[in-house]
Each structure stands twice: as C-alpha cells, then as structure tokens.
Design a protein around this ligand. Structure first.
Ligand SMILES: [Zn+2]
Length: 499
C-alpha cells in the first residue's frame, strides 16, 4: 500500500483543508501509476475457454454514485482519504454498461430487470419471467408465456445451481432465477386471494418446481410457514393460507430421495454446515428481509453475512464436476435507498464487496465467469465540491439558502422538507439520517440511467461497451454453453474448447 499521508477526520464544513496524500503532489506519482496501468492492461488476455462456473452478483439499486461513495467509505474506514480506494470488483479486467429500461417503463423495477439479465428477454415492469405480450397481473394470459432462465439452462445441462440473497428469497431479483409470475407481489398465496386462473405463488414454485436447486439462502420464512405457525426466531405468524409448511415439505422431499440436505435459519447453524456432507441447503434467516449489514455488525441479528452465505454456497456447488451457476444479491442496498438513507446502502455495498472478494479468492479465473452489476439505479447523487478526504456521509458546503447540505442527496424521497433543513443541525453521519430530497415521495424512487457491469473470467471480454441488459443472460449462456447456446456457444466457438 502506498503512503497516503495524514488525514483529518470529523470535518463538517467545506472550508476544511483538503487531505492530499503526499505522494500525489508529485507529478511522477501520476506518470508512473499511469504507465503501470498501461502495462497491466497490456497483460490482460481474453479467456476463450468454456466457463465451467458462472457467478452473477447483483447489487440491487447499486448505481454508480453508490459504488463511488462506498469506495470512499471503505477507504475512510481504513483512515485513508478514501477516493483512491479500490473495490474488489474494480480489479476485474473488463467493465461495460447496461441499459436498464423495461419495455413499458423508462425507469425500471427489479422484476423486469431480473427477467432481462436472467432469461435474456426484456419484459414489462413488475413481471418475472413472463414475456411482454402479457399485461402485468394477468394470470390466465401468462400461461404459455413463461420464460426459462440461465439457472434452469444450467441445471438442465447437469450443472448445480444456487440462489443467495439478503432479501426474502421470493423477492423480485432472486425469484427471477427460478419463478414465473405476471405480478412480482405474488410471493405467497396470501398475496393472491383475488387472483384467478390457477397461478402459483413464488414460494410454492420454489419448493414444488425447483427441487433440483442445491443452494437456497435468504430471508422470507413467513411465505413458507402456514398461518398459525410461529416463527422460530421472532414468533411472527406464518402467512400461508393453504395450511402448508413448505419448509417441512422441502425437507421431506429431500429425505424421500435420500439426498444429504439441511435446513438452517441462523448464522450459527449455517457455520456448522459441512459442505462435504451437504448436497442441498435451504437457509432462511429471517421471517421477511434479512438485516442490514451494519446491524449485523452492531447487534445480535443471528443473520450470516453475505460473504459467509456466498462462501458456503460455492463450497457446496463446487463439488459438481460439471460446474455451477450462482446468483448472489445484495438486496438491502435498494431498501436503504428507498428509505432515503444512504448509510446502509453504502455499508451493504461493502458487504457485497466482501462477498465478491471471497468468491474471487476461492474460484479460478480460468474457468469461472464472475459478473458484478446492478439491476437498476437510484436517485442518489454526489454533489458540491467537498474537499478531498471529506467524510462521504458529511456536509459538502453551504447552499444559496445559507444552509449546509450533504455530499450525498436524493432526487426523490422522504428526506424532502420545505423549507429545507440545515444539514449542520443534524447528525449526518449516522444510520438514521435522511439525506435531503428535491421532491417528496414516501419511498425514494429508482433511477433510469445505465448501470455498470464488471467482469472477469471466460468470455468476460464480451461484457465491454454499452448493451441492453438482456445481453447479460446471453453472455452467461454463451460462455457456459447452456440453454440457447448449448450447441453454438463457447464450446463450438473457433477460439474455444470442448468442455
Ligand atoms: Zn427498489
């Protein structure tokens, strides 16, 4: 690590002297580091072997400002100015951009976008793996219009598959891997009491139609427990109206087949799962969404970290010589932004960063394609002219109303006040702080601009440039020779090899 000089912490005004690492004052530092980057880029070789394994990491709502701000927070937590810090996926050799709109919406939601990057087909907002000829919520019309996904294609070619998230496992992004619904809200049968046409809720689809998924981890137990069943952790009532206990059914089905399966609901039990003697793992760690990573660090939430879940998932999936597909979502980034609070969005981005670092360290770049991207953006922006090293959650300066404002502010959200609050009167550095929003909305909204894609491994070089978001599913399928690219993908490509 380079010497970064002394930094000033706790600054609340923009007049603070910038903290410039001593080395950066020398032109040679920039000339030499620029030259070193050229040499590094020249050493990059496109890998044109078949991808045995594919891992896609989704930071839900992880916009570029979220990534930049998280990078600075990471650096500042290590007592550096922060701006020069590198996140684990920023060491990947390739990056590109994805256009995220849904076919019917300029600014997308997670259901339409998950369908795009997992099935390879863009669709309407609010629908999961149903094509856009169907209207949202039309159960009857959706039948026959379901879309297969990279997870199903991978399982069908003898690979293993897993889904890991910090949201309910039935939420839009994880459901995008395994379910088809005309309305993303159909997470449990209690959400479908007015739906006709025989459609299945997402929890039921997971247990009944996806018996071959080896690893399932996230939150959302209440859609699996029947009404009247008390949750083991918080005593909350189960939500199912059909009286079924889908967790028990999952366990029974595995016992009937005689496969080595485990159900766990807390971090301690997960840590005791031995990958060598576990072929199927169901981990549901909360009755609804899992806790924010900062709460995991500071309270006894009994939740495993995203990195712990990811590591266990890979250890189990890696046992299959045919390879695996794994979706990992940092889903609470989105929830923090929706609440108009940047603090947890940044901390949960850093939790995702740890999960990516772990996966990169226990897989081989030669045979494992790793993608890191977001499904969509948010309205958080990074503004003003705060000095170098200024706390990223701090105050940027004074606005023309003579009040202070924070570096991170929102376009929409619950942080709106008229007249505006003076940011210096608030504790802007704490978890509960609501950054200013220009426009009042109960829930801060998504943003519509492109998101970044970072990639390493076989055919990662296809993920450069600007593409429609559905392109991601095509690259994953092409690189691993599954689904529509089973015959025509990397395995038959002139530069490739037969896997
Ligand atoms: Zn959202």
């Amino acid at each position: 690590m380079k010497s970064l000089g002394i930094i000033i912490t706790s600054v609340l005004v923009s007049s603070v002297v910038a903290v410039i690492p001593i080395a950066e004052k020398s032109k040679n530092f920039w000339l030499n580091s620029g030259r070193a980057s050229i040499e590094e880029s020249l050493r990059v070789r496109n890998i044109v072997e078949k991808a045995k394994n594919v891992i896609i990491f989704i930071g839900d709502g992880m916009s570029l400002p979220t990534i930049t701000a998280s990078r600075i927070l990471k650096g500042q937590s290590a007592k550096h100015p922060g701006e020069e810090t590198i996140l684990s996926w920023e060491k990947f050799p390739y990056a590109g951009l994805a256009k995220t709109y849904n076919v019917d919406s300029q600014v997308p939601d997670s259901a339409g976008t998950a369908t795009a990057f997992l099935s390879g087909v863009k669709t309407r907002m609010g629908m999961i793996n149903v094509d856009a000829s169907v209207n949202r919520g039309d159960c009857a019309a959706s039948q026959g219009h379901e879309l297969d996904t990279i997870l199903r294609w991978s399982l069908d070619t003898g690979k293993s598959a897993g889904v890991v998230t910090t949201t309910r496992i039935t939420h839009a992004t994880p459901a995008g891997a395994y379910a088809s619904v005309a309305n993303r809200n159909w997470e449990g049968d209690n959400e479908m009491t007015d739906v006709h046409g025989g459609c299945k809720d997402i929890a039921k689809q997971l247990v009944e139609d996806n018996k071959d998924i080896q690893v399932i981890m996230g939150g959302g137990r209440h859609y699996f427990y029947p009404n009247g069943h008390k949750d083991p952790e918080n005593g909350h009532n189960g939500q199912r109206q059909d009286g079924r206990n889908l967790i028990e059914e999952w366990q029974k089905e595995k016992a009937t087949r005689g496969v080595k399966a485990k159900f766990v609901w807390n971090a301690t039990d997960l840590s005791h799962v031995d990958p060598a003697s576990t072929d199927y793992l169901l981990g549901l760690f909360d009755s609804s969404h899992m806790s924010y990573s900062y709460e995991q660090e500071t309270q006894d939430t009994k939740d495993p970290t995203l990195a712990e879940m990811t590591e266990k998932a890979i250890q189990i999936l890696q046992k299959n010589n045919n390879g695996f597909f794994l979706l990992v979502e940092g889903g609470n980034i989105d929830h923090s932004h929706h609440s108009g609070r940047a603090f947890d969005a940044l901390h949960d981005t850093l939790a995702l960063e740890q999960a990516v670092a772990k996966s990169a360290s226990i897989t081989n770049e030669k045979d494992t394609l790793i993608l890191v991207t977001a499904d969509h953006s948010h309205t958080m922006t990074m503004a003003g002219y705060p000095a170098r090293g200024n706390p990223i959650l701090g105050v940027a300066g004074k606005a023309s109303d003579n009040k202070y404002y924070t570096t991170l502010i929102y376009g929409t959200g619950p942080g709106h006040a008229s007249p505006r609050h003076d940011a210096s009167h608030h504790h802007t550095l704490v978890e509960s702080y609501n950054q200013d929003a220009a426009v009042p909305t109960h829930s801060e909204t998504h943003g519509g601009e492109d998101v970044a894609i970072y990639a390493r491994g076989p055919y990662a070089h296809l993920l450069t440039g600007v593409h429609e978001q559905n392109y991601l599913a095509h690259v994953m399928a092409f690189a691993s020779c599954v689904g529509p690219y089973k015959q025509s993908g990397a395995c038959s490509h002139s530069g490739g090899i037969i896997g």
